[in-house]
Design a protein around this ligand. Structure first.
Ligand SMILES: [Zn+2]
Length: 106
């Protein structure tokens, strides 16, 4: 996938188009992401110790990874990335706009 956890991404389509946020979770199996503050939905919580009267809480729902672009940390623009093999065998990402390598944090 072109984005990793803790990347900054920009949403390019849907209700949250134009917003930016940090990736908090990557769901590889379904090519989806949870992005902080993006795609908020109300969750209804049943009564419990934490919520004695129940509650409606806002929570991020996953969105399709194809709806976001990575925001390049070097040039600060939303960009597509190309995958290039790194010397240590892992794949590195390169910003298609400024050609800077973007670190892959594991
Ligand atoms: Zn860049």
């Amino acid at each position: 996938m072109h984005v990793r956890k803790n990347d900054n991404v920009k949403v390019m389509s849907g209700d949250d188009r134009g917003k930016e946020g940090r990736v908090v979770r990557v769901i590889t199996k379904t090519d989806r992401l949870v992005v902080q503050g993006i795609n908020l939905v109300f969750k209804h919580v049943k009564r419990s110790m934490d919520y004695p009267h129940g509650a409606r809480i806002q929570k991020e729902a996953p969105i399709a990874a194809s709806r976001v672009l990575l925001v390049c940390p070097a040039c600060n623009r939303p960009t597509r990335v190309s995958m290039t093999p790194a010397k240590d065998g892992r794949r590195a990402r390169t910003c298609k706009k400024c050609k800077q390598a973007i670190t892959v944090e594991e």
